[in-house]
Design a binder for this molecule. Structure first.
Ligand code: ZN
Length: 210
């Protein structure tokens, strides 16, 4: 078990980085753990293993594991998810509750993180020489975004740079305003990343170590 653990750990730490200095803005969530057929069972297994082994390394991954857990459906969280062999992996009721409650908190965190995209003059750089055009461009872009679950998403760590740049090819915010908005979004996501244990109510857990 010791050798297996030390072999698996670097790979897991790459998937679920815990170091706040890690360049997490380049981190992509392992979406297959949410979207593939057996992904949810693998995610629940990791949470269950981290809970039972209680090693500092695995315990430190819990915020990101629960972040992904909060993306699962309530049915999966309550009834479990199928493993490759057809049996069912389940979370402990307390952990399922963390994911279910966490979802609402993450939607609220996303609403905070995406404030920088809201069409208001504070979203633009002070003294922008094309303020009216930039304001109109942002308003149009965001009205498109409203159809995409943009502000109500439970995935606030999602990197929206490509999404934004693609749309800005059409709507043309000036470069300083575009950079300002993306920087504010990165900063807001950093705050969420650092605050995940609090957002998911993990920092008061006994022996959680997070
Ligand atoms: Zn501008």
């Amino acid at each position: 078990m010791g050798r297996l653990y030390s072999e698996a750990l670097p790979r897991l730490q790459n998937l679920f980085p815990v170091n706040h200095q890690f360049k997490w803005q380049y981190w992509s969530p392992p979406v297959d753990m949410v979207e593939s057929t057996n992904g949810p069972a693998r995610l629940m297994r990791l949470i269950n293993v981290a809970r039972s082994m209680k090693t500092p390394e695995l315990t430190a991954m819990l915020p990101l594991l629960f972040y992904l857990g909060a993306q699962l459906s309530v049915d999966e969280l309550l009834d479990g998810a199928p493993r490759v062999d057809g049996t069912i992996e389940r979370l402990q009721p307390h952990d399922a509750r963390i994911c279910i409650n966490g979802r609402a908190s993450l939607v609220s965190a996303n609403s905070f993180a995406t404030r920088c995209f809201r069409p208001r003059t504070q979203s633009l750089i002070p003294g922008c020489s094309t303020q009216y055009e930039c304001y109109t461009a942002l308003a149009t872009m965001v009205s498109d975004a409203l159809k995409e679950d943009f502000f109500a998403s439970s995935d606030p760590l999602r990197d929206l740079t490509v999404w934004f740049e693609k749309r800005n090819l059409r709507w043309h915010l000036c470069k300083p305003c575009a950079e300002h908005i993306l920087k504010n979004h990165r900063d807001a996501r950093t705050a969420i990343w650092v605050g995940l244990p609090t957002i998911l109510c993990l920092d008061n857990e006994p022996n959680s170590g997070v």
